[in-house]
Design a protein around this ligand. Structure first.
Ligand code: G6P
Ligand code: ZN
Length: 544
């Protein structure tokens, strides 16, 4: 096998963001662009030399070409073994599962998550470490540093590698194993959930569901597990075939982008249960018949009912949620007598807590939920968890959630997004508000009195690392709050997120419309922060 050493020059824009390096396809297609980044991974992640690498992606445009390049570079850089998902497919949670199960030293996942795909849309590459989780900042920082001084990369001069047939081939010293992308993941799910019971539920003839795979990576997983294995009727999985451009859609499971699914669940003869997942399979949306479950409530319900599910029968150790996620889960943790952690936004902040065995479940308001079974959020896992609960409880989704509210109280919750705001104006808003926070304490606004107001900072209880400026919070007496944050994942200008939450203990008042229930707090947020004046916007672009 001949290895070429190719001369190259650094690209200055290869700093990974919240979830790896995400750019337009055309950026990745520049000569040497992908190669440079991959070489930086191999140069800095020494454990990979003589070790095992897991490789796959969400099937988006450019996935297959990138896999060929990475295989040739892995062979040239002394990687001993690569496990690649057949067809180049591996969902993010499945990659995490495979890394852990096969004790790989790391994994490369090709995805831009819920961003659109296609020649004019987005591509991405992220590196996961041996625990199966996203690389922490120390690792992404080292990779970025390496990209800034790169002058050559190594690549084997070999023909195209067949990644469509299961089995092992050799590239020089390196072994390439094309693996079934679903098998290990399916085995893991079976070890956690009561498949017989879920099968019986589908077989009862009284239970129907729809799963929207959004033409993204979960299609093959959902068909295999829900339809073939658990007996859901054929056609349960909509948009099941992964397409390079996701069928032109935006593969983000929310009320806006999973439009057909939402229409079915809110229409006549609605099925009992609906769910969707995103581009790379780590997000989830849960729907009942004419009923939307907020991600924050979903986390709380799963935590409160975990003992009904085989994998969590012994109870959970603790719960972690990102700061802007509603405090519904905190109430469950308090009742269970387990620890509850409030972390900054971003899945990577859960990694240490999970590795240290401090928490079992974690979740974020941004449609992410998971547990210690992998080190990523896991869309289909959340769906199977709900299915297991539905099978055990024989209640509707709505009944389960309403019963939860009766017991714990309801945390009314909404998020208002102001997208593509001029960055300077958005930063000015945050600065002005930050300057004002100290003076807010004790002030009364209508029915609400400020108990505390601060700029959220987090000290990781495991390694002591500190993360500052993670969002501005105004906390009111009684548990209500408004939180302001600038998104870390936007690609155009700044996205201002306003998170609003109100705790309502009285079951007589659990039937209000969310926006109405929160109207006073939304007005208070405007009064405190001057969103309209600062952004020049009359109303948010997206309300979830
Ligand atoms: C990604 C991350 C999540 C995060 C979400 C929203 O999906 O994996 O951990 O919650 O982005 O982040 P943002 O900074 O846009 O609010
Ligand atoms: Zn995703």
């Amino acid at each position: 096998m001949k290895i070429a050493i190719v001369e190259t020059r650094p690209f200055k824009d290869q700093k990974p963001g919240t979830s790896g390096l995400r750019k337009r396809v055309r950026v990745f297609r520049q000569p040497h662009y992908l190669e440079n980044f991959v070489q930086a991974i191999f140069d800095t992640q020494k454990d990979l030399h003589g070790g095992t690498l897991v490789l796959g992606g969400d099937g988006r445009y450019h996935n297959r070409e990138a896999i060929q390049v990475i295989l040739r570079m892995a062979a040239a850089n002394g990687i001993a073994r690569v496990l690649v998902g057949a067809g180049g497919i591996l969902s993010t949670p499945a990659a995490s599962c495979v890394i852990r199960k096969h004790r790989a030293q790391g994994g490369i996942v090709l995805s831009a998550s819920h961003n659109p795909g296609g020649p004019d849309a987005d591509f991405g590459i992220k590196y996961n470490i041996a625990n199966g989780g996203p690389a922490p900042e120390s690792v992404t920082g080292a990779i970025h540093q390496a990209t800034l001084s790169l002058s050559r990369y190594h690549i084997a001069e070999i023909p195209h590698v067949d990644i469509d047939h299961l089995g092992e081939t050799r590239l020089g010293e390196m072994s390439v194993e094309v693996i079934d992308p679903v098998a290990d993941y399916e085995t893991l799910m079976e070890s956690l959930f009561d498949f017989d019971r879920i099968h019986a539920l589908f077989n009862s003839g009284h239970f129907h569901m729809r799963f929207d795979a959004m033409h993204a990576v979960t299609g093959p997983y959902a068909v295999r597990i829900l339809e073939n294995r658990l007996g859901a009727e054929p056609g349960t999985v909509m948009r099941a075939e992964p397409l390079a451009d996701f069928g032109g859609g935006h593969p983000d499971p929310n009320l806006a982008h999973a439009h057909d699914l939402v229409q079915q669940l809110f229409g006549r003869e609605a099925p009992d249960f609906g769910a969707a997942s995103d581009g790379d399979g780590d997000r989830n949306m849960i729907l009942g018949r004419r009923f939307f479950v907020t991600p924050s409530d979903s986390l709380a319900v799963l935590a409160a009912n975990a003992h009904h599910v085989p994998g969590y029968r012994q109870g959970i150790r603790g719960i972690a949620r990102s700061m802007p996620t509603s405090q519904a889960a905190d109430r469950v943790a308090a009742r269970l007598g387990v620890e509850c952690f409030e972390t900054p936004t971003g899945w990577k902040f859960f990694g240490n807590l999970l590795d240290a065995g401090r928490v079992t479940l974690c979740g974020e308001e941004s449609f992410g939920t998971s547990s210690d079974h992998v080190r990523e959020k896991d869309g289909l896992w959340a769906v199977l968890f709900w299915l297991n609960l539905l099978a055990v409880k024989r209640q509707s989704v709505e009944q389960i959630v309403r019963e939860h509210w009766r017991l714990y109280g309801r945390n009314y919750y909404t998020r208002h997004d102001y997208e593509a705001v001029d960055s300077e104006r958005a930063e000015a808003l945050m600065k002005d508000l930050g300057d004002k926070l100290a003076a807010l304490k004790g002030q009364r606004f209508g029915d609400y009195r400020v108990e505390q107001a601060d700029d959220f900072a987090y000290t990781d209880p495991v390694d002591g690392s500190r993360s500052e400026h993670q969002g501005l919070r105004v906390l009111f007496e009684g548990g209500s709050r408004v939180v302001f944050r600038l998104s870390g994942t936007g690609t155009e200008g700044a996205t201002l997120r306003l998170y609003v939450e109100r705790f309502e203990p009285d079951p007589e008042r659990h039937n209000l419309d969310t926006q109405e229930a929160l109207a006073e707090l939304i007005a208070i947020a405007e009064q405190i922060a001057g969103i309209r004046e600062h952004t020049g916007r009359e109303k948010p672009d997206v309300i979830t």
